[in-house]
Write a protein that binds this ligand. Structure first.
Ligand SMILES: Cc1ncc(COP(=O)(O)O)c(C=O)c1O
Length: 426
């Protein structure tokens, strides 16, 4: 699929069908007609999820019983668990961790490894979301380990495998790094990171935050074996109130928070929520439906991979149009008075998310001006705990972050460019 360095758009028919599957695609109750370009803060939701969630959550029965309804709810959960493994292409013998947020899962996974693996240092990268960075910091302090932080690359907007590997030695307890940056969109070279890191310590425990990347590309734990990974359905066409983790067998069996009577590898703690599991299955159903528009297969993972690859190509094509524009409408790379930060040339190494700044407007002011014109974006400020460390690493004082989704159209991109061309003239 990297045969399309500038991406490949959905056909108009597929685009139309995709758009019909999402809620609030072009309007909300306060803005009326609007462009929603803050999907990295919570993505467009699938219509099917709303309906099914309400139906399942309305059922009072506890799934942990033996009557028909309970058995039905158990089946829903089992399918959701299978689909979590399918999304990750995860080995059967690992364990799934359901939780309220991806941050909670991250602290649980890092804490368990930190408390059970010997060593003197823990390694992470400067671009991590606070949930991952602070989990390493907290447990390094708590367990008396040195914390080592790999610096970013201002050209790619990511972190180089070499910079990570040089911090790892035989005393490294764990490496925690993200799959893609939620500020720059840079996709980390996870395969190479794993290769170089495990060349330093073959049995190294590796934790990956996949919250940003999961809705934009294929994850394959068979190809990139790690010990712990998480994602968040609410940034992946689903609902808030759920964060999902998966841990390898060797982590699953470590002492962790659990009910004593349960098997050593059980991480579920408390009553299961079947509606949350059903949401995951509906996300997979949707991506498979998209895949089935391009290939025929009876294998769900094959269809899912095709669907994710098509999402990636559509998003890359939209990103290319955003950057380059058209003959009549300059793209963001060509608008005078606008800066595109960390604009790495190779779009195959980028998720559909980018940061810009105006010569004539502050970041928050720009967000307000966009809103007045029906465009929702997000200001990343150095005063925010969610941005400061990452911005500092690039010597930036802030940015306007823009994160559309594959279900946006070329017309949406052009409208954004039209508005942006207007804002530079204010
Ligand atoms: C890259 C990344 N990791 C982790 C998180 C945390 O997710 P949650 O809010 O579900 O805890 C976020 C949320 O913004 C994120 O962007």
């Amino acid at each position: 699929m990297n045969n399309y360095p500038n991406g490949l758009l959905f056909s108009p028919e597929i685009m139309k069908q995709v758009q019909e599957k999402f809620l609030y695609i072009d309007e909300d109750k306060f803005s009326g007609k609007r462009l929603f370009f803050d999907n990295a803060g919570g993505s467009f939701r699938l219509k099917t999820i709303g309906q099914t969630f309400a139906e399942l959550d309305a059922i009072p029965d506890c799934p942990e019983r033996i009557h028909k309804m309970a058995l039905y709810l158990q089946d829903v959960q089992k399918k959701g668990e299978d689909d979590i493994r399918l999304i990750l292409n995860a080995p059967e013998n690992g364990s799934i961790i359901p939780s309220l947020t991806a941050s909670q899962v991250m602290f649980q996974m890092v804490g368990t490894i930190a408390e059970n693996v010997p060593g003197t240092n823990m390694v992470t990268t400067v671009l991590e979301h606070p949930s991952a960075f602070d989990a390493v910091e907290y447990y390094a302090k708590k367990t008396g380990r040195e914390m080592r932080v790999a610096m970013s690359n201002p050209v790619t907007g990511g972190v180089d495998p070499e910079k990570i590997a040089e911090l790892i030695d035989e005393n490294t307890v764990l490496l925690s790094c993200m799959y893609a940056s939620n500020i720059t969109g840079a996709i980390y070279d996870i395969k190479e990171i794993i290769r170089q890191a495990r060349a330093k310590k073959p049995d190294l425990f590796i934790v990956v935050d996949c919250v940003q990347h999961a809705p934009h590309g294929v994850i394959d734990l068979m190809e990139t074996p790690v010990d712990a990974i998480n994602f968040a359905p609410y940034k992946y066409f689903g609902y808030r109130g759920s964060g999902i983790g998966w841990v390898s067998e060797r982590v699953a069996k470590m002492p962790h928070h659990k009910l004593s009577g349960n098997k050593e590898n059980v991480w579920e703690l408390g009553s299961p929520a079947p509606a949350q599991y059903a949401s995951i299955s509906l996300i997979v159903d949707y991506v498979c439906w998209l895949g089935s528009k391009y290939i025929e297969s009876t294998d769900r993972r094959t269809l899912f991979v095709e669907g994710m690859e098509r999402i990636k190509l559509q998003e890359r094509a939209l990103l290319y149009r955003m950057l380059e524009g058209t003959e009549k409408l300059p793209g963001i790379r060509h608008i005078k008075g606008l800066k595109v930060y960390l604009d790495y040339e190779d779009l195959t190494k980028r998720d559909f998310i980018f940061s810009i700044g105006f010569d004539n407007l502050g970041y928050t002011q720009a967000v307000r001006e966009y809103e007045k014109r029906g465009v929702i974006v997000y200001d990343r400020l150095a005063s925010s705990i969610y941005s400061k460390r990452m911005l500092d690493s690039f010597g930036m004082d802030g940015a306007v972050r823009v994160s559309p989704l594959h279900c946006n159209t070329v017309e949406d991109i052009d409208e954004f460019l039209r508005v942006t061309n207007e804002l530079v003239k204010l």
